[in-house]
Ligand binder design. Structure first.
Ligand code: UD1
Length: 414
């Protein structure tokens, strides 16, 4: 059944272990294409986007084995350069296969990538960066072909610290001739994870200016290694905000508090009491959440756009008025009408949502329209009185490995 049914209105109480990070494992899987050997990745989440990335790897000739959260990719005999539209159109992060295949094969054909409907999401910065590294591009309909006689390092200054563009330049740079310097690079923890994997395989990447500049010296070969995918900070943040909405206390094993510092600061401002230990984060929600006068989403280390919808769900029940501004994607408030159907009082004004906290939300039939908005509806449902049916769960399955089990572990009725 493509839906989730939650019986809400009960405070949470319990603990769960946080899955491996979707946004870290996807570019790392793409990076395995560059390795002339076998890459072993531990703590891989079993989610739809990872399944899709595995299909893309297989389509270019990688041999992939996946068992108990471990993925082994043998890219020694890679041969293909054409990525099937069937998989590319399912997720935007398939675009990072471009840099990886160009790096290994010097040529790639790909259709424009798909993904969640959260804005225009062009790839102009990726393509401009490739051009600076000696890549020629041609476009026919929806299909892009990129080729090079040899990637050459260059200085790439990104107009905006795009996560995907930074990843693509890193992937293209590690086997390129000479030095690639990325200015205004994204600093998200997932970039750190990608560099961690590549360095483990033999790449030469230096972080400068606190990570906003990356210096990559091309090497001739990468070899097989083993790497552990870090915990998913967005999944952890989702459950923290779910606890703020529903009340109670939760313990998230394996959650990385450093990667969540902006989120924890907002949660503290809402009255949440948390403790960070070696093995995770424990949070106790207040009797009633306090409103936050103003929060805006920003690139890392700011408050993440991927936790904006879940924050709306928690602030829906806050004491007072809050304003949330979205600065990263222009169309990321699709969850608002669904929350309003559940009794929330909020309205959008350009790239802002004004939330007037209500005393209660009520279970309704609602529908997920994209991944994080869908997760936000689950969190609102935990807080809402009565039963909520959330349709289109396939969006949620793109990023959450076992949302039912996690919610059950945390004491929710699902
Ligand atoms: C990644 C994450 C996504 C997260 C986002 C921002 C993955 C798989 N996805 O997406 O979950 O929400 O970072 O933290 O890791 N832009 C352009 N031109 C470009 C590239 C981007 O205009 O060439 C714009 C986008 O439209 C958007 C902004 O830059 O408005 C941020 O995009 P970007 O950082 O590239 O996000 P993604 O890598 O797509």
């Amino acid at each position: 059944m493509d839906s989730i049914h939650i019986c809400g209105g009960y405070p949470l109480s319990g603990e769960t272990r946080i899955q491996g990070s979707k946004n870290a494992v996807l570019p790392i899987l793409a990076a395995t294409v560059l390795v002339d050997g076998v890459s072993t990745l531990d703590n891989c989440p079993d989610i739809a986007d990872v399944q899709c990335m595995v299909r893309l790897l297989q389509s270019v000739g990688c041999v992939v084995e996946w068992e108990n959260g471990q993925i082994r990719v043998d890219a020694r005999h890679i041969g293909g350069i054409s990525l099937p539209q069937k998989y590319v159109s399912r997720m935007r992060s398939s675009v990072v296969m471009m840099g990886a295949i160009l790096g290994r094969m010097g040529r790639v054909t790909i259709s424009y990538p798909g993904g969640c409907v959260i804005g225009k999401r062009p790839i102009d910065m990726h393509l401009e960066a490739f051009a600076r590294m000696g890549v020629a591009l041609s476009e026919e309909g929806n299909t892009l072909t990129a080729w090079t006689r040899g990637l050459s390092g260059n200085t790439v200054t990104l107009a905006f610290p795009s996560v995907g563009a930074t990843e693509n330049v890193i992937l293209a740079g590690v086997l390129a001739e000479g030095e690639t310097l990325i200015r205004n690079a994204a600093r998200e923890p997932e970039i750190e994870a990608l560099c961690g994997f590549l360095k483990c395989a033999g790449a030469d990447i230096q972080k400068e200016a606190g990570g906003s500049m990356l210096r990559i010296r091309g090497v001739s070969r990468l070899s097989g290694c083993r790497y552990r995918v870090p915990a998913d900070r967005i999944v952890a943040g989702t459950y923290l905000l779910g606890c703020m909405a529903a009340g109670g206390s939760v313990c998230l094993k394996g959650a990385d508090s450093d990667a969540l510092s902006a989120v924890l600061a907002v949660i503290a401002g809402m009255g949440g009491k948390y403790q960070c230990g070696q093995d995770g984060i424990t949070l106790t929600a207040p009797e009633r959440v306090q409103a936050i006068s103003y929060v805006k989403t920003e690139v890392y280390p700011g408050y993440p756009t991927d936790l904006q919808s879940q924050l709306l769900a928690a602030l829906a029940l806050a004491d007072g008025e809050s304003i949330v501004e979205e600065t990263v994607f222009e169309n990321r408030f699709r969850v608002v009408p669904e929350l309003v159907r559940m009794g929330a009082c909020m309205e959008t004004e350009k790239n802002r949502v004004i939330i007037r906290g209500v005393r209660a939300l009520y279970g309704k039939k609602v529908a997920a329209e994209e991944l994080r908005g869908g997760a936000a509806l689950c969190m609102a449902a935990l807080a809402a009185q009565g039963d909520t049916h959330i349709a289109n769960r396939h969006f949620i399955d793109r990023g959450y490995q076992a949302i039912e089990q996690d919610i059950r572990n945390l004491g929710g009725r699902i």
